[in-house]
Design a protein around this ligand. Structure first.
Ligand SMILES: [Zn+2]
Length: 271
């Protein structure tokens, strides 16, 4: 599932290519993927995007007629900035054509992603948008700590709770907790002010460390294989590999289909 660093790399790649580039065609192969209200996707033709923003795990394409095209790619949504002659990938669900000849394609192997087209003023009608907490890259330290104090339970499910802070998911929460030296099952109620502030700084530094790595992956061509960009991570999905800090093997736990990885030495469980 894409998280902030993945989506920021996509946003940084796409924004300069899209802004000012008039949409000439739209093609949606799975109409149910796009929740457009009364406006069909085809009404985008002839318009331009003026900005590309992100909130949590959502990308928001703002149009020149005050509408928002919003996408949450979920588990398997992938973007491809393609020449029209390039072969379409399997499960290509949506193609936006632009006047410079490029196509923005979106494929989704498990068809879990969601697109919405709404007037900007109706942003909060998009499912989940109204409940999202502040974005993890925008929230300041004092606000983060004040919000965190309302969540006494285990720290990993709190960090990945999009209503608390938006944009951190399963993979980067493992990285952030490793950076902060906090066990994922540690209860927030046992954390002092220093622990909470260290967690905030680890969140910021981990996300800011990862963004340029992913931008280099995107390079001059936006194309994601079905593998996610996860090679650079230090603990997530690195079961039994040595911890980069202490050399002890990384401990792994799978619960409900999602994996949690951590170093028992660097992240001791404090009860
Ligand atoms: Zn370690």
């Amino acid at each position: 599932m894409p998280e902030i660093p993945d989506l920021e790399a996509i946003r940084h790649f796409l924004e300069p290519r899209l802004v000012g580039n008039t949409l000439t065609s739209t093609d949606s192969r799975f109409p149910w993927l796009i929740r457009t209200g009364s406006d069909g996707l085809a009404t985008l033709a002839g318009h331009q995007f003026v900005t590309l923003r992100r909130h949590g795990k959502f990308l928001l394409f703002a149009t020149d007629d005050d509408r928002l095209l919003i996408v949450n790619p979920m588990l398997t949504g992938r973007f491809h900035w393609a020449e029209p002659t390039e072969r379409k990938r399997p499960m290509t669900a949506l193609v936006l054509g632009f006047e410079d000849g490029h196509e923005l394609r979106y494929s989704d192997a498990r068809k879990m992603g969601r697109w919405y087209l709404v007037p900007t003023a109706e942003l909060e009608t998009v499912p989940q948008m109204a409940e999202l907490g502040p974005d993890a890259l925008e929230v300041d330290e004092d606000t983060f700590v004040a919000r965190l104090k309302k969540h006494p339970g285990q720290i990993k499910p709190t960090l990945t709770n999009q209503k608390f802070i938006a944009g951190v998911g399963n993979a980067y929460s493992d990285e952030i907790l490793w950076e902060a030296g906090l066990h994922p099952h540690r209860r927030r109620a046992t954390m002092d002010e220093d622990d909470m502030r260290r967690l905030y700084r680890a969140m910021r530094s981990t996300i800011e460390w990862a963004i340029p790595i992913l931008e280099a992956e995107v390079a001059d061509r936006l194309y994601q294989s079905n593998e996610e960009w996860r090679d650079h991570l230090r603990v997530h999905r690195k079961a039994d590999e040595p911890c980069p800090r202490c050399g002890q093997p990384i401990h792994s736990q799978v619960r409900g289909g999602s994996e949690t990885d951590y170093c028992l030495h660097c992240q001791p469980l404090v009860l």
